[in-house]
Design a protein around this ligand. Structure first.
Ligand SMILES: [Zn+2]
Length: 412
């Protein structure tokens, strides 16, 4: 092997050694079984302990004007468990109880941090302290090293009971935590959070990159002229949701029929969410395979929601961007966001003229330079050029520097 190649291989090896381990979670659905009742009981006990700890926090503060540390609370709860009155708490593993206390502690830390930030005028967003919640709304409990064991391929022992799960894929890396979670339908799932060494990315470059404009009529318009349309599952499911809600409201409180109607409503909601999620993943994978680099605008989701409401939630722009970043990090695609103040829609992509009179209704507009623009395509071209220049590629075409526009009125 030539010397330079050997050195290159060595440096690659060294790089893979210093790559930080990352967390990856594997989710499986548990088989339906009568013994799952125990898991529900354990989740409920977690809910009771959560409420008890919140009450202790509040009482401690009332009496001592001091914050109750998680360490003191842990030893106090451990003592309580020895009393006959609270002996039933022991059905939940001791590490799960510690986890509940740690989560409450984190909630308080976030609350105090936010309080300081708001006093220092760093943010206006308000974070509340952890609060009481209904036990039946409790969703999960988490175990760390103890209280569980993997037996064979798809059997998991929690406490003294063995549960089976539908093993759709292999678990990678070292398991750090095991979480049992139930969804709105009451189906339990197991989440294995593992520490894995990331694989080096091998990407076949396509040599293509583009800018994208989000829109309500066309979901994504590319600067290369491509268009992607999104399904609107909530719009399509509205009738089914209305019927399910109406049926639920007519059932007698606490009856078996009401429970059944609740389940049906949850199922309709889940179907809507599944359609949306499938679309997001498909589109993200398709885009990452097709483009080496992507430039997106930075969305002001709160402003958009205030203007268009339900439709914005139905399209799920925010979640799509999250998924896109995740897929891009795995496939080696670069995703870049431009300045939220950049007026992508108002600029002429030919001459850089700023058209302030453009309204939401104008799908096509004419620039004084003679260019006729299709609104979304023009915006995508501007986004791409702005992104390319801010990434250090130099100005690609005559564009003006970013001009301040009111971010509360997003122009799509
Ligand atoms: Zn022009």
């Amino acid at each position: 092997m030539p010397e330079c190649l050997r050195l290159f291989a060595l440096s690659c090896n060294a790089l893979s050694c210093i790559l930080p381990c990352m967390r990856k979670t594997f989710v499986y659905k548990l088989y339906k079984a009568k013994r799952n009742k125990r898991l529900h009981q354990q989740i409920n006990i977690g809910g009771v302990i959560h409420n008890h700890c919140i009450a202790l926090h509040r009482r401690y503060y009332r009496r001592h004007k001091q914050y109750l540390s998680s360490h003191r609370l842990k030893s106090h709860v451990a003592k309580l468990k020895r009393l006959p009155k609270y002996a039933w708490w022991s059905q939940l593993g001791s590490q799960a109880i510690q986890d509940i206390i740690e989560r409450i502690d984190k909630g308080y830390q976030r609350f105090f941090q936010n309080l300081n930030d708001r006093q220092a005028k760093k943010t206006i967003q308000r974070v509340g302290p952890p609060s009481f919640r209904k036990v039946r709304h409790a969703k999960s409990f988490t175990l760390k090293q103890a209280g569980w064991k993997l037996l064979g391929s798809n059997r998991l022992r929690i406490g003294s009971t063995v549960y089976k799960f539908a093993k759709s894929r292999d678990i990678e890396g070292t398991i750090k935590t095991v979480t049992i979670k139930r969804d709105a339908l009451g189906d339990p799932y197991v989440y294995f959070s593992c520490l894995v060494t990331p694989q080096p990315i091998s990407r076949v470059m396509t040599g293509k990159s583009a800018g994208f404009d989000f829109g309500l009529t066309t979901y994504l318009t590319g600067s290369d002229g491509s268009e992607r349309h999104a399904p609107q599952p909530l719009k399509q499911g509205l009738r089914a949701l209305a019927i399910a809600n109406r049926q639920l409201s007519r059932k007698q409180k606490g009856s078996a029929n009401q429970e059944r109607a609740k389940q049906h409503l949850a199922r309709v909601h889940k179907r809507v969410a599944n359609v949306r999620q499938a679309f997001h993943w498909e589109l993200a994978r398709e885009l990452c395979a097709q483009y080496d680099g992507m430039v997106l605008e930075t969305l002001n989701l709160h402003g958009m929601q205030a203007l268009w409401g339900r439709k914005v939630s139905d399209l799920g722009f925010g979640r799509f961007v999250q998924i896109l970043h995740h897929v891009a990090s795995k496939t080696g695609t670069v995703v870049h966001h431009i300045d939220p103040w950049f007026p992508s829609t108002k600029l002429c992509s030919e001459c850089g003229h700023l058209n302030d009179s453009i309204t939401l209704r104008d799908r096509v507009w004419c620039c004084p330079c003679g260019a006729i623009h299709q609104r979304d395509h023009n915006a995508a071209l501007n986004i791409f050029r702005e992104g390319a220049s801010s990434l250090g590629g130099g100005r690609v075409s005559p564009t003006l520097s970013a001009t301040a526009v009111d971010p509360r009125i997003p122009v799509l």
